[in-house]
Design a protein around this ligand. Structure first.
Ligand code: Q0Z
Length: 287
Protein backbone atom coordinates (compact mmCIF):
# COMPACT_ATOMS: atom_id res chain seq x y z
CA UNK A 1 0.00 0.00 0.00
CA UNK A 2 2.67 2.58 1.00
CA UNK A 3 4.41 4.46 -1.78
CA UNK A 4 8.17 4.80 -2.18
CA UNK A 5 9.01 8.49 -2.34
CA UNK A 6 12.36 9.55 -3.81
CA UNK A 7 13.96 12.84 -2.89
CA UNK A 8 14.85 14.60 -6.16
CA UNK A 9 15.85 18.10 -5.12
CA UNK A 10 16.33 20.70 -2.43
CA UNK A 11 15.77 24.42 -2.65
CA UNK A 12 16.85 26.80 0.09
CA UNK A 13 13.52 26.40 1.87
CA UNK A 14 11.69 23.66 -0.08
CA UNK A 15 12.06 19.98 -0.92
CA UNK A 16 11.01 18.09 -4.01
CA UNK A 17 10.16 14.35 -4.15
CA UNK A 18 9.08 12.04 -6.96
CA UNK A 19 5.82 10.18 -6.26
CA UNK A 20 5.93 8.29 -9.58
CA UNK A 21 6.93 8.96 -13.20
CA UNK A 22 4.23 11.60 -13.65
CA UNK A 23 3.92 13.26 -10.25
CA UNK A 24 6.13 15.28 -7.88
CA UNK A 25 5.57 16.26 -4.26
CA UNK A 26 6.60 19.85 -3.46
CA UNK A 27 7.04 20.44 0.28
CA UNK A 28 7.43 23.95 1.70
CA UNK A 29 9.35 24.07 4.99
CA UNK A 30 9.13 26.76 7.67
CA UNK A 31 12.71 27.81 6.92
CA UNK A 32 13.36 31.46 6.07
CA UNK A 33 16.25 33.01 4.20
CA UNK A 34 17.47 36.56 4.36
CA UNK A 35 20.36 38.16 2.48
CA UNK A 36 20.58 34.75 0.70
CA UNK A 37 21.32 32.83 3.92
CA UNK A 38 18.90 30.30 5.45
CA UNK A 39 18.52 31.14 9.15
CA UNK A 40 18.70 28.51 11.92
CA UNK A 41 15.32 29.59 13.34
CA UNK A 42 12.06 28.58 11.63
CA UNK A 43 8.88 30.67 11.25
CA UNK A 44 5.98 28.40 12.30
CA UNK A 45 3.37 27.98 9.53
CA UNK A 46 5.43 29.80 6.86
CA UNK A 47 5.39 26.68 4.67
CA UNK A 48 1.62 26.37 4.98
CA UNK A 49 1.09 30.07 4.22
CA UNK A 50 3.20 29.88 1.04
CA UNK A 51 1.66 26.61 -0.10
CA UNK A 52 -1.87 27.93 0.49
CA UNK A 53 -1.20 31.22 -1.30
CA UNK A 54 0.36 29.50 -4.28
CA UNK A 55 -2.58 27.07 -4.54
CA UNK A 56 -5.00 30.00 -4.24
CA UNK A 57 -3.34 31.78 -7.19
CA UNK A 58 -3.22 28.59 -9.27
CA UNK A 59 -6.98 28.28 -8.75
CA UNK A 60 -7.59 31.98 -9.49
CA UNK A 61 -5.55 31.94 -12.72
CA UNK A 62 -6.49 28.50 -14.02
CA UNK A 63 -8.60 30.05 -16.79
CA UNK A 64 -5.58 32.03 -18.09
CA UNK A 65 -3.10 29.14 -18.16
CA UNK A 66 -3.10 25.50 -16.99
CA UNK A 67 -0.93 24.79 -13.92
CA UNK A 68 0.89 21.86 -12.38
CA UNK A 69 -1.26 21.57 -9.22
CA UNK A 70 -2.88 18.13 -8.89
CA UNK A 71 -3.71 18.02 -5.17
CA UNK A 72 -3.18 19.88 -1.95
CA UNK A 73 -2.32 17.56 0.93
CA UNK A 74 -4.03 17.73 4.34
CA UNK A 75 -0.84 19.00 6.04
CA UNK A 76 -1.30 22.26 4.08
CA UNK A 77 2.41 22.41 3.18
CA UNK A 78 2.66 19.79 0.43
CA UNK A 79 1.29 19.77 -3.08
CA UNK A 80 1.18 16.96 -5.59
CA UNK A 81 2.25 18.33 -8.97
CA UNK A 82 2.28 17.21 -12.56
CA UNK A 83 5.84 16.43 -13.60
CA UNK A 84 6.87 18.66 -16.51
CA UNK A 85 9.82 19.47 -18.72
CA UNK A 86 10.81 22.81 -17.18
CA UNK A 87 11.85 25.72 -19.39
CA UNK A 88 15.45 26.87 -18.68
CA UNK A 89 14.45 30.49 -17.94
CA UNK A 90 12.92 32.31 -14.97
CA UNK A 91 9.98 34.39 -16.16
CA UNK A 92 10.17 37.65 -14.22
CA UNK A 93 7.66 40.49 -14.53
CA UNK A 94 8.42 43.90 -13.04
CA UNK A 95 5.87 46.63 -12.45
CA UNK A 96 8.24 48.63 -10.21
CA UNK A 97 11.98 49.28 -10.25
CA UNK A 98 13.60 47.19 -7.48
CA UNK A 99 16.41 44.69 -6.88
CA UNK A 100 18.48 43.77 -9.95
CA UNK A 101 16.09 45.75 -12.16
CA UNK A 102 16.97 48.95 -10.34
CA UNK A 103 20.66 48.02 -10.36
CA UNK A 104 20.69 47.37 -14.13
CA UNK A 105 18.67 50.53 -14.88
CA UNK A 106 21.03 52.69 -12.84
CA UNK A 107 24.03 51.25 -14.71
CA UNK A 108 22.64 51.22 -18.28
CA UNK A 109 19.19 52.86 -18.48
CA UNK A 110 17.84 49.44 -19.52
CA UNK A 111 16.50 46.26 -17.94
CA UNK A 112 16.79 43.09 -20.06
CA UNK A 113 16.90 45.18 -23.24
CA UNK A 114 13.89 47.32 -22.28
CA UNK A 115 15.01 50.95 -22.62
CA UNK A 116 13.27 52.90 -19.85
CA UNK A 117 12.59 56.63 -19.45
CA UNK A 118 15.44 58.67 -17.93
CA UNK A 119 15.20 59.90 -14.34
CA UNK A 120 13.32 57.01 -12.71
CA UNK A 121 13.98 56.56 -8.99
CA UNK A 122 14.37 53.35 -6.96
CA UNK A 123 11.02 51.55 -6.41
CA UNK A 124 9.19 53.77 -8.92
CA UNK A 125 6.28 52.28 -10.82
CA UNK A 126 7.17 51.62 -14.46
CA UNK A 127 5.09 53.13 -17.28
CA UNK A 128 3.92 49.56 -17.94
CA UNK A 129 4.96 46.14 -16.56
CA UNK A 130 7.92 44.56 -18.39
CA UNK A 131 8.95 40.93 -18.95
CA UNK A 132 12.55 40.55 -17.72
CA UNK A 133 13.66 36.90 -17.93
CA UNK A 134 16.71 35.44 -16.22
CA UNK A 135 18.82 32.34 -16.56
CA UNK A 136 18.53 29.72 -13.81
CA UNK A 137 21.81 29.76 -11.95
CA UNK A 138 22.60 26.51 -10.11
CA UNK A 139 24.68 28.52 -7.67
CA UNK A 140 24.72 32.26 -7.01
CA UNK A 141 22.32 34.71 -8.62
CA UNK A 142 20.21 34.35 -11.73
CA UNK A 143 21.46 36.48 -14.63
CA UNK A 144 19.08 38.89 -16.34
CA UNK A 145 18.87 38.29 -20.09
CA UNK A 146 17.34 40.06 -23.06
CA UNK A 147 14.83 38.79 -25.60
CA UNK A 148 17.51 37.42 -27.95
CA UNK A 149 19.19 35.39 -25.18
CA UNK A 150 15.83 34.14 -23.90
CA UNK A 151 14.63 33.16 -27.36
CA UNK A 152 17.92 31.31 -27.92
CA UNK A 153 17.15 29.18 -24.84
CA UNK A 154 13.45 28.38 -25.44
CA UNK A 155 12.74 29.33 -29.08
CA UNK A 156 11.05 32.46 -30.46
CA UNK A 157 7.45 31.28 -30.33
CA UNK A 158 7.76 29.79 -26.84
CA UNK A 159 9.38 33.04 -25.69
CA UNK A 160 6.49 35.10 -27.06
CA UNK A 161 4.02 32.76 -25.38
CA UNK A 162 5.63 32.92 -21.89
CA UNK A 163 6.04 36.70 -22.19
CA UNK A 164 2.35 37.18 -23.00
CA UNK A 165 1.19 34.77 -20.28
CA UNK A 166 3.55 36.17 -17.63
CA UNK A 167 2.35 39.73 -18.26
CA UNK A 168 -1.29 38.61 -18.19
CA UNK A 169 -0.75 36.77 -14.89
CA UNK A 170 1.03 39.76 -13.37
CA UNK A 171 -1.76 42.14 -14.42
CA UNK A 172 -4.42 39.84 -12.95
CA UNK A 173 -2.72 39.26 -9.61
CA UNK A 174 -1.35 42.80 -9.14
CA UNK A 175 -4.84 44.21 -9.72
CA UNK A 176 -6.32 42.04 -6.96
CA UNK A 177 -3.39 42.76 -4.61
CA UNK A 178 -3.69 46.54 -5.21
CA UNK A 179 -7.40 46.43 -4.35
CA UNK A 180 -6.38 44.88 -1.00
CA UNK A 181 -3.65 47.43 -0.20
CA UNK A 182 -0.67 45.37 -1.35
CA UNK A 183 1.69 46.31 -4.19
CA UNK A 184 3.03 43.40 -6.24
CA UNK A 185 6.30 45.05 -7.25
CA UNK A 186 7.60 42.08 -9.24
CA UNK A 187 7.30 38.32 -9.49
CA UNK A 188 9.16 35.29 -10.75
CA UNK A 189 7.24 32.54 -12.56
CA UNK A 190 8.34 29.17 -13.87
CA UNK A 191 6.76 27.32 -16.73
CA UNK A 192 7.05 23.76 -17.93
CA UNK A 193 5.79 21.85 -20.94
CA UNK A 194 3.52 18.80 -20.61
CA UNK A 195 3.50 15.63 -22.71
CA UNK A 196 1.22 17.31 -25.29
CA UNK A 197 3.61 20.27 -25.69
CA UNK A 198 1.33 22.68 -23.79
CA UNK A 199 2.78 25.36 -21.53
CA UNK A 200 1.93 24.84 -17.85
CA UNK A 201 2.53 27.24 -14.93
CA UNK A 202 4.64 25.38 -12.33
CA UNK A 203 6.65 25.69 -9.12
CA UNK A 204 5.28 28.34 -6.69
CA UNK A 205 3.32 31.36 -7.89
CA UNK A 206 2.77 34.78 -6.31
CA UNK A 207 4.13 33.93 -2.87
CA UNK A 208 6.26 36.31 -0.80
CA UNK A 209 9.27 34.06 -1.58
CA UNK A 210 8.82 34.47 -5.35
CA UNK A 211 7.55 38.07 -5.40
CA UNK A 212 8.13 41.45 -3.81
CA UNK A 213 5.02 42.44 -1.86
CA UNK A 214 4.99 45.95 -0.43
CA UNK A 215 2.39 47.47 1.92
CA UNK A 216 0.72 50.17 -0.23
CA UNK A 217 0.18 52.53 2.70
CA UNK A 218 3.93 52.79 3.29
CA UNK A 219 4.94 53.12 -0.38
CA UNK A 220 7.49 55.94 -0.83
CA UNK A 221 9.47 55.83 -4.09
CA UNK A 222 13.05 57.11 -4.05
CA UNK A 223 14.59 54.30 -1.97
CA UNK A 224 14.14 50.64 -1.03
CA UNK A 225 10.68 49.67 0.32
CA UNK A 226 9.96 47.66 3.47
CA UNK A 227 9.16 44.02 2.67
CA UNK A 228 5.63 42.94 3.64
CA UNK A 229 6.88 39.72 5.26
CA UNK A 230 10.62 39.84 6.02
CA UNK A 231 11.20 43.37 7.28
CA UNK A 232 11.39 42.44 10.99
CA UNK A 233 13.96 39.76 10.17
CA UNK A 234 16.03 42.13 8.02
CA UNK A 235 15.92 44.91 10.62
CA UNK A 236 16.92 42.51 13.41
CA UNK A 237 19.80 41.08 11.33
CA UNK A 238 20.99 44.60 10.42
CA UNK A 239 20.90 45.60 14.11
CA UNK A 240 23.38 42.81 14.92
CA UNK A 241 25.99 43.93 12.41
CA UNK A 242 26.05 40.33 11.08
CA UNK A 243 28.29 40.04 7.98
CA UNK A 244 25.57 38.17 6.00
CA UNK A 245 27.65 35.03 5.56
CA UNK A 246 26.75 31.54 6.79
CA UNK A 247 25.72 30.81 9.50
CA UNK A 248 22.98 33.34 10.09
CA UNK A 249 21.79 34.40 13.56
CA UNK A 250 19.07 32.74 15.66
CA UNK A 251 15.95 34.90 15.78
CA UNK A 252 14.41 36.00 19.10
CA UNK A 253 10.79 35.04 19.88
CA UNK A 254 9.34 38.50 19.18
CA UNK A 255 10.90 38.61 15.70
CA UNK A 256 9.59 35.08 14.99
CA UNK A 257 6.08 35.99 16.19
CA UNK A 258 5.98 39.32 14.33
CA UNK A 259 7.17 37.66 11.12
CA UNK A 260 4.67 34.80 11.43
CA UNK A 261 1.90 37.38 11.90
CA UNK A 262 2.99 39.20 8.72
CA UNK A 263 2.93 35.99 6.64
CA UNK A 264 -0.54 35.19 7.96
CA UNK A 265 -1.68 38.76 7.29
CA UNK A 266 -0.45 38.52 3.69
CA UNK A 267 -2.33 35.22 3.26
CA UNK A 268 -5.55 36.56 4.76
CA UNK A 269 -5.51 39.88 2.89
CA UNK A 270 -4.72 38.40 -0.50
CA UNK A 271 -7.08 35.42 -0.26
CA UNK A 272 -9.79 36.92 1.99
CA UNK A 273 -9.77 33.49 3.69
CA UNK A 274 -8.90 32.99 7.36
CA UNK A 275 -5.65 31.11 7.85
CA UNK A 276 -7.29 28.93 10.53
CA UNK A 277 -9.86 27.82 7.95
CA UNK A 278 -7.00 26.89 5.59
CA UNK A 279 -5.19 24.97 8.36
CA UNK A 280 -8.40 23.06 9.10
CA UNK A 281 -9.21 22.29 5.45
CA UNK A 282 -6.56 23.36 2.89
CA UNK A 283 -8.88 22.88 -0.08
CA UNK A 284 -10.79 26.07 0.89
CA UNK A 285 -8.28 28.03 -1.20
CA UNK A 286 -9.27 26.17 -4.35
CA UNK A 287 -12.67 27.94 -4.41
C1 Q0Z B 1 10.71 22.53 -9.75
C2 Q0Z B 1 12.62 23.22 -7.01
C3 Q0Z B 1 11.88 22.55 -4.84
C4 Q0Z B 1 14.09 22.18 -5.44
C5 Q0Z B 1 12.10 21.15 -10.65
N1 Q0Z B 1 6.08 20.44 -11.96
C6 Q0Z B 1 7.45 20.30 -12.05
N2 Q0Z B 1 7.94 19.43 -12.96
C7 Q0Z B 1 9.26 19.25 -13.07
N3 Q0Z B 1 10.15 19.89 -12.31
C8 Q0Z B 1 9.73 20.79 -11.39
C9 Q0Z B 1 8.34 21.01 -11.24
CL1 Q0Z B 1 7.70 22.09 -10.10
C10 Q0Z B 1 10.77 21.48 -10.61
N4 Q0Z B 1 11.95 22.80 -9.30
C11 Q0Z B 1 12.36 23.83 -8.35
C12 Q0Z B 1 11.63 23.13 -6.08
C13 Q0Z B 1 13.10 22.09 -4.50
C14 Q0Z B 1 13.85 22.75 -6.68
F1 Q0Z B 1 10.89 22.44 -3.95
N5 Q0Z B 1 12.80 21.96 -9.84
Amino acid sequence: MSETVTHVGSGKVRELYALDDDRLLLVASDRISTFDVVLPTEIPDKGRVLTGLSAFWFAQTGSLVPNHLLALRDDGRSTECKRLEMLPIECVVRGYLAGSGWKDYRATGEVCGHRLPAGLVESQQLPAPIFTPATKALEGHDENIDRAAGAALVGESRYDEVERLSLELYRTVSKRAASLGIILADTKLEFGVDESGQLVLADEAFTPDSSRFWPADEYTPGGPQPSFDKQFVRDYCESLGWDKTYPGPELPADVVEGTRARYIEAFERLTEIEFDAYAERPEVVLG
